[in-house]
Design a protein around this ligand. Structure first.
Ligand SMILES: [Zn+2]
Length: 152
């Protein structure tokens, strides 16, 4: 029996890929999403349409768990971070981070010596209500910033 054009994927290929350890597709059971990962667990991207049959992979619980990022707040983040080039400039402009996470993933007190950290994160929460900003720091140097939706 043919499926409706807008019906969800029912081909089973994403589930097979998610079960295969050698495939970069993962199933996030909390968010109810298939995700494409980078094998190192550092980044992932949500897959909204099946890569095999092209139909929607709906049912995500993301909207239940996270705020939708407010465009004004996202603009504010981009404006604040546009000219920041160093940890010193970051702390001068935004103050101490709300959370400092070491390379191993544990939260540490601020101030913290970041020069030997392979990849630490400084997180700023207090300026916005719908976004969290994580600033990766690699061996003391800023490595961009990550603006993500705040968990409800
Ligand atoms: Zn499919």
């Amino acid at each position: 029996m043919p499926q409706e054009p807008n019906s969800d994927c029912n081909c089973g290929v994403p589930q097979l890929c998610a079960a295969d350890r050698n495939c970069p597709i993962d199933w996030d059971s909390e968010l109810h999403e298939f995700q494409l990962g980078d094998f190192e667990g550092r980044q992932s991207w949500v897959i909204r349409y099946c890569f095999n049959c092209g139909k929607p992979l709906s049912g995500s619980k993301r909207a239940d768990l996270f705020f939708e990022m407010n465009a004004i707040e996202v603009d504010d983040v981009q404006r604040r971070f546009k000219s920041i080039q160093s940890v010193e400039a970051l702390v001068h402009q935004l103050g101490e981070p709300d959370v400092c996470t070491s390379t191993g993933g544990e939260d540490v007190d601020w101030p913290h010596d970041l020069s030997n950290e392979e990849r630490a994160y400084l997180t700023y929460l207090r300026y916005w209500t719908t976004v969290d900003v994580m600033v990766p720091v690699e061996k003391g140097n800023l490595a961009g910033f990550i603006c993500s939706p705040r968990r409800k």
